[in-house]
Design a protein around this ligand. Sequence first.
Ligand SMILES: [Fe+2]
Length: 455
Amino acid sequence: MAVIDNVSANGVPPHLRGNGAPVQEELTLTDLKVTGTIPAHLDGRYLRNGANPITGMSDHPFLGDGMIHGVRLREGKAQWYRNRYVQTPYITDPSRNILDMDTGLGDMAMSKANTHIFGHAGKFLALEEGHFPYVLDGDLNTVGPTNFNGKLTGSFTAHPKICPLTGEMLAFGYYFLEPYLTYLRVSPTGEMVQNTVITVGGPTMMHDFNVTENYVIFMDLPAVFDLEMAMRGELPIHWDDNYPARLGVMPRDGADADVKWFDINPCYVFHPMNSYEEGDNIVIDVARFSHIWRDGAMDFPPPVLWRWVINTKTGKVSEEQVDDRPGEFPRVADSVIGRKHRFGYEMSAPELGGSDSPLDDPGAIIKYDRVTGARTSIELGKGRSPGEAVFVPAENPSSEDDGYLMTYVFDKAKNTSDFVIFDAQTMSQEPVASVHLPRVPFGFHGSWVDASVAN
Ligand SMILES: [Fe+2]
């Protein structure tokens, strides 16, 4: 991997420049300036995770320490903004190395907890795909790692799916030693009720997966664990042209023998938008990279939206490019996860895939109408960069897109950030409300956690 070589003269790697730079202070701000009107029915927290190295330095964008940036909304007010490190063992002892085979990678409590945050069964869970989840409280204080009362024996993805119909949390874990892949199912009340080893051809990086009303779909793609790279202290994943790309379809309560595998063209997908069943077909919309990190290269073509349709009867998979505008961090309304979606949202990402300033200045939130084929966008203008847009429904929503898109927007000229609430239905360029904040560094994923889910 080229990260170590790709350092400027002043020693700052690309992912830590500009708004990639970590913040040092943990703040609690209660007297927040707001422009516009915060919808009064919103009662909960917008929470976003990201990598914020406590030492100020990390060798790779994925390896910084988890920091949550949160805004509490209630009764039309932004009650607080606070940012908190997830208190992992790396915070008390920053000399620990997550890539150390025995301690960092080998100890499931040694998470960086830096990738995503969910509310489920009354708990806030900070997630990173190589380890156990970390439980936080409603003020973003760390409670500690959880192994679901001993039922979780390996890693837990940062991209579980919470079924809007059953309340179950469907998940998986992958690892560089056998078992390479484990399917995990958590009940609506937070008990782990299934832990099933799934047979795959090798240790691949499986960042996310897909669910439908009856199935889960694993993405076994050619980004393969590399022991030699691990020994060199690099992020231990390489692209393998000889590793077949496959999708594995399994009933939600199925066993290893129930998985049906379908070959697809080589590609990499960090994030699907959503998936659903339609007759014998399983439809999956994804932000698709043609390849990643081939021969160690950090620059590769940017992701664009594709649709896969698996015909589970004939075994044929059709693969179609939907759009040529680069986009990543796809989301749908939580209410349609695993069900047929009409609308999906992405962060425009011309810089994703490698540049001097990865994640810098993407400048837009994109909305796809998968029925009409229309694409609309909120263009923030040069120097204004959003993060992943999280959809939150209106009070009595009249349609799938009747609601809001929430994210942090960084303003390069002011060197500050806003928490913004846009109208998802109209995609008006003007936010419904902006809460003015200090600079919030770029991060990964977030959630709206309604106070009825966790508080
Ligand atoms: Fe992700």
